[in-house]
Write a protein that binds this ligand. Structure first.
Ligand code: HEM
Length: 426
């Protein structure tokens, strides 16, 4: 890092977190508490759970209610690949731990079980076919290049806003064929959909609903234009003409829009920020990359593992099930903590280290497993690869010059701010 001052503060904070994580009773460990995520102090709690209580019950949060935390790689796989027992259905609770108001359930195919899930997923899959990715690559490259060329040199700026948000928003606008000048609306709707009220983005649930209704109204206009013309290769046209999606009601359309907006936005955005942070925290890896840019594809996978942009997915048990010796009862909530599975040293070698030339870099859980495995994984990897290729061509050094500000959420693991500076060349 260019300025090591803030590293001292971090060391102290990590030490205190570790002491606390190992001194409180196991039953008090509540890894879904957003405070642990905004301070980046969740790591020792997961470490202890993996060792002492890998399938862990917690009921300290009244609002959230009781939930299981599954923290080992193989146990997570067991849950994620068993959709017959572990449901994603929005009407049973969906994929996040927070309870939503029953009168505002948003059906979306990530929060559906078969058979409906399967047909809706199939409807949008062509957007990430190999042929589609080949078409998208030069567009993404050109836009990334233009944006990178406009960066200020020798000045501190927020990488999250200038690069991560802008590039992923541009890609999303391309996938939806969304009016270019309005593309920041997509960023806003993505943030609104996942924010916890009272934390700066929205104040109340009411506000969330109002803004999301604006979102669906906007997209309904686009739907109406496209449903009456020939099918095209964009997500709205695919939904409007798809057999399993053309009759969706307003809430299901909104739900699937939010899925595609958040799926394609927050995750890649936070990988773009995380990658730069990790290279700065690991200068030897940064040197390796500069010496050999052909490492970019494996680095991209390592970034996605190390960041784990979606920390967990939740399921609801449809029947009693014994997992690693613990009985999960029908109806109970189960969180599969990918972020912890990705640090399981029984499956991943030296998991706490960021190593850009790992032997099996794609061996991680960040995209999930089973029928809901991320549909956009190849697109995300391609985008990150292209952006890093363009970055390295222009800027061999980008310094992180202050602590990142993290997102207040245990679901979306990411950054609000990452102060950086591109040194002027001498
Ligand atoms: C599903 C992660 C990028 C669209 C998922 C799941 C995860 C995930 C964890 C759920 C897996 C499960 O439940 O087993 C990520 C990460 C990304 C990323 C880490 C980037 C680094 C994208 C992009 C898109 C996308 C770019 C864009 C189009 C989706 C969709 C689903 C999904 C539509 C639902 C799939 C289903 O239910 O069948 N993603 N994602 N994701 N992702 Fe991604």
């Amino acid at each position: 890092m260019a300025d090591g001052a803030f590293e001292l503060g971090r060391a102290q904070r990590d030490k205190e977190a570790r002491e606390r994580a190992y001194s409180i009773p196991l039953s008090q460990i509540h890894v879904a508490d957003p405070e642990l995520w905004i301070t980046d102090t969740h790591w020792p709690y997961f470490e202890r759970l993996r060792k002492e209580d890998p399938v862990h019950w917690c009921e300290v949060d009244e609002e959230m209610g009781g939930y299981w935390s599954v923290t080992k790689f193989n146990d997570i796989m067991e849950v994620d690949t068993n959709h017959q027992v572990f449901s994603s259905d929005a009407f049973k609770g969906g994929i996040t731990l927070r309870n939503f108001d029953e009168d505002f359930v948003l059906p979306m195919f990530i929060a559906m079980d078969p058979p409906k899930h399967d047909v809706q997923r199939k409807t949008v899959s062509p957007i990430v076919s190999p042929a589609s990715l080949m078409q998208l690559e030069p567009i993404i490259r050109e836009r990334a290049a233009g944006l990178l060329d406009s960066l200020p040199v020798g000045e501190t700026f927020n990488w999250v806003d200038k690069i991560s948000i802008e590039l992923t928003t541009q890609m999303l606008a391309t996938l939806f064929d969304f009016p270019w000048e309005d593309r920041r609306k997509l960023t806003r709707w993505s943030d609104v959909a996942t924010a916890i009220p009272g934390n700066g983005i929205i104040e109340t649930e009411e506000q969330r609903r109002e803004e999301l209704f604006e979102c669906v109204d906007y997209f309904t206009r686009l739907w109406n234009e496209r449903v009456n013309s020939e099918p095209k290769h964009d997500l709205i046209s695919m939904l409007a003409h798809g057999e399993s999606t053309r009759n969706m009601d307003r809430m299901e359309y909104l739900g699937n829009l939010i899925l595609l907006i958040v799926g394609g936005n927050d995750t890649t955005r936070n990988s773009l920020s995380g990658g730069l942070l990790f290279l700065n925290q690991n200068p030897k890896e940064y040197d390796k990359l500069r010496a050999d840019p052909s490492l970019i594809p494996s680095m991209v996978s390592e970034i996605i593992r190390y960041q784990t942009p979606l920390a967990y997915m939740r399921r609801t048990a449809l029947e009693d099930y014994v997992l690693n010796g613990k009985t999960i009862r029908k109806g109970e909530k189960v969180a599969m903590w990918y972020v912890s599975g990705n640090r399981d040293d029984e499956v991943i070698d030296r998991p706490n280290e960021f190593i850009i030339d790992r032997e099996r870099p794609r061996h991680h859980m960040s995209f999930g497993f089973g029928i809901h495995r991320c549909v956009g994984n190849r697109l995300a990897e391609m985008q990150l690869r292209v952006v890093w290729e363009e970055i390295l061509k222009r800027y061999p050094v980008i310094d992180v010059v202050g602590e990142p500000r993290r997102v207040y959420s245990s679901f979306v693991k990411g950054y609000e701010e990452l102060p950086v500076r591109i040194p002027a060349r001498v």
